[in-house]
Design a protein around this ligand. Structure first.
Ligand SMILES: *[C@@H]1O[C@H](CO)[C@@H](O)[C@H](O)[C@H]1NC(C)=O
Ligand SMILES: *[C@@H]1O[C@H](CO)[C@@H](O)[C@H](O)[C@H]1NC(C)=O
Ligand SMILES: *[C@@H]1O[C@H](CO)[C@@H](O)[C@H](O)[C@H]1NC(C)=O
Ligand SMILES: *[C@@H]1O[C@H](CO)[C@@H](O)[C@H](O)[C@H]1NC(C)=O
Ligand SMILES: *[C@@H]1O[C@H](CO)[C@@H](O)[C@H](O)[C@H]1NC(C)=O
Ligand SMILES: *[C@@H]1O[C@H](CO)[C@@H](O)[C@H](O)[C@H]1NC(C)=O
Length: 535
């Protein structure tokens, strides 16, 4: 991100240099007709104006409104007599404006003309992208307890199936990571992108958007121009946004549980939430954590630098207060699409992505990088970035450090308390990789896996050569992640059906059936189906 800023700054510098001109031209009086060397950018001469000022002024008369346009108003009279107030200057030669048509032959810019072909998905929003590929799409709004209005996108069914309300479809909830939006699940071709794959598998797919990103920038009472709007970090996303979105989805689908798939910060927030709220954990049937960020001790690349500059960043934050960190507006969109149109021979685009996520693993479709960058980074708060910087600096997964006094006031400690992952009670499946610079495998193996209770951690899969974004956009993601998730969900659905069948069978038994027998039997069968583990 810092790198992107740098690009902007350099471009502004270049473009402003083109229009600065030499001031030490000779100061001879201007001729009546000026011709420019075509290689020169014209210099506006202030002496034109001083010399010709009286001439111009005297020829100007106060505008008179015709009566039909200003009925009832007397004609305006000048406030003072212009000519009498001006000193009598020698009459300058009559001024004629230079004939501009001779000018515009500006020397050709040194930048080679490029074919700007904007990929259609780069300038579409999420519902448009989904519709573009022929999938059904819905948009829902959810209000959090603290007033933020979040957008949920939904792909209710696959491309070939029509919606049927008779059978309950498994609900899959996809949650994006830092500086991203729901778009990240949709940016490759349909057979490569998680959103469409799960929809075609027969799942009811919901895509969350955390507060502060392009789709969740409204509030009941505040405007996003208001600095107070931006006073949040991932701590609030965990506390409010997850629960509001999950509750809404369960209510709309009339289900009790859903499958949650979180990438990066989407996993981090779920770990934080589950460690504090056992009631909430029950609503998550299974939690698939992709590139799971928890403790960030071994992070590399740009995020490592973010930890290094923490003190400066904190100072800037203290001075400027809350605000938006980086937004994704039409300007950024066009910039990146133009910059990255020729991604194969433009290292800027690749470097920006890889500086954050890890080295190129060669599973990227380089011709889609422009699309990825057109949708991300997509805005978050400076406070959230500061929270990440704190994590990198302190090597702890803790609540936001508000400074000594406020920490004492809110947490009762000088340093903010850590989230206790040992309290998590859920079914968790990890997907991580040694090539990931953010969710580094040293942190996953050295901290996350040992901390998660054995009952909760069902499986962890270490992938070879996935950088942080390959989990979303890599060419191997479908085979090595999404299809594994589908296998797990399919088995789990069978297990639910079996349990329901067993339950129904015993419910249908005549009441004359010896109750002690049925209880014991039921318990045995229940115990066995419950323990029937997948994988
Ligand atoms: C631009 O596109 C035209 C036609 O599609 C092609 O002939 C030309 O080589 C392209 N130029 C560049 C710089 O890619
Ligand atoms: C949808 O149907 C078409 C035509 O029957 C088929 O070619 C395509 O593979 C199907 N797509 C999916 C995702 O099932
Ligand atoms: C974990 O959750 C399950 C169901 O969600 C519950 O039956 C069990 O008692 C919980 N275990 C602990 C240790 O809280
Ligand atoms: C890569 O992206 C391009 C353009 O979006 C697409 O035409 C091509 O099929 C993609 N390649 C692969 C291997 O998916
Ligand atoms: C069930 O209860 C009956 C009497 O109430 C008893 O004779 C029988 O042994 C019990 N069966 C089991 C399996 O406990
Ligand atoms: C079923 O499991 C529970 C708890 O693990 C245990 O107390 C009970 O004895 C088991 N029942 C049978 C019939 O195996």
């Amino acid at each position: 991100m810092l790198f992107l800023l740098f690009i902007f700054l350099s471009i502004f510098r270049i473009s402003s240099q083109q229009f600065t001109t030499n001031d030490d031209d000779d100061l001879t009086p201007p001729p009546n007709i000026i011709t420019y060397k075509t290689s020169e950018v014209p210099v506006l001469r202030t002496d034109f104006f001083t010399n010709s000022l009286p001439e111009i002024q005297t020829t100007l008369s106060a505008p008179r409104l015709t009566p039909e346009f200003a009925p009832g108003f007397p004609p305006l009279t000048p406030l003072w007599d212009v000519p009498s107030m001006l000193p009598t200057l020698p009459t300058p030669p009559p001024f004629t404006f230079p004939t501009f048509p001779t000018l515009p032959t500006i020397p050709p810019p040194t930048i080679k003309p490029v074919n700007i072909t904007i990929d259609p998905e780069a300038i579409m929003d999420v519902p448009e992208i989904i519709a573009h590929w022929g999938y059904p799409v819905e948009t829902h709004k959810v209000v959090t307890p603290d007033g933020y209005i979040l957008t949920l996108h939904r792909i209710p069914h696959g491309i070939n199936k029509t919606s049927s309300t008779r059978t309950k479809k498994p609900v899959v909830f996809l949650q994006h990571g830092l500086l991203c939006t729901s778009s990240i699940w949709l940016l490759n071709l349909p057979h490569q992108s998680a959103g469409y794959i799960f929809a075609d598998q027969g799942y009811d797919v919901w895509l969350g958007n955390m507060r502060g990103n392009t789709y969740s920038k409204s509030h009941l009472r505040m405007n996003s121009m208001d600095p107070k709007f931006w006073k949040f970090s991932w701590e609030e996303m965990a506390r409010y946004d997850l629960e509001s979105m999950v509750d809404y989805v369960l209510k709309s689908t009339k289900q009790e549980q859903l499958y949650y798939i979180g990438h990066s910060q989407g996993a981090l927030t779920m770990f934080a939430k589950m460690s504090q709220d056992g009631q909430f954990s029950r609503k998550i049937r299974k939690f698939f954590a992709m590139a799971p960020v928890a403790r960030m001790s071994h992070v590399k690349g740009l995020f490592h630098d973010l930890g290094e500059i923490y003190d400066q960043y904190n100072m800037v934050y203290q001075v400027f207060g809350d605000g938006e960190f980086l937004t994704n507006n039409i300007f950024t969109k066009l910039m990146t699409d133009i910059l990255c149109d020729q991604a194969n021979n433009n290292p800027i685009c690749e470097n920006f992505i890889f500086a954050v996520s890890g080295p190129n693993s060669n599973q990227f479709n380089n011709s889609r990088i422009g699309i990825y960058l057109a949708h991300n980074p997509a805005g978050t708060s400076s406070r959230n970035m500061l929270h990440f910087a704190q994590m990198v600096k302190t090597r702890r997964m803790a609540r936001f450090d508000q400074g000594r006094d406020l920490n004492l006031k809110y947490y009762g400690h000088v340093i903010p308390p850590e989230y206790d992952l040992r309290k998590i009670n859920s079914s968790i499946y990890l997907f991580y990789s040694d090539l990931d610079w953010l969710a580094n495998s040293n942190d996953v193996e050295g901290y996350l896996i040992p901390m998660l209770p054995k009952n909760s951690l069902k499986k962890s899969t270490k992938l070879k050569d996935f950088n942080h974004n390959d989990f979303l956009w890599g060419m191997r993601a479908r085979a090595e992640i999404y299809e594994k998730i589908i296998d797990t969900i399919t088995l789990d659905q069978r297990k639910i059906k079996l349990q329901d069948g067993v339950q129904k069978y015993f419910d249908s038994l005549p009441t004359s059936f010896p109750s002690n027998l049925s209880d014991t039997l039921l318990q045995t069968v229940r115990n066995e189906t419950m323990e029937f583990e997948l994988d």
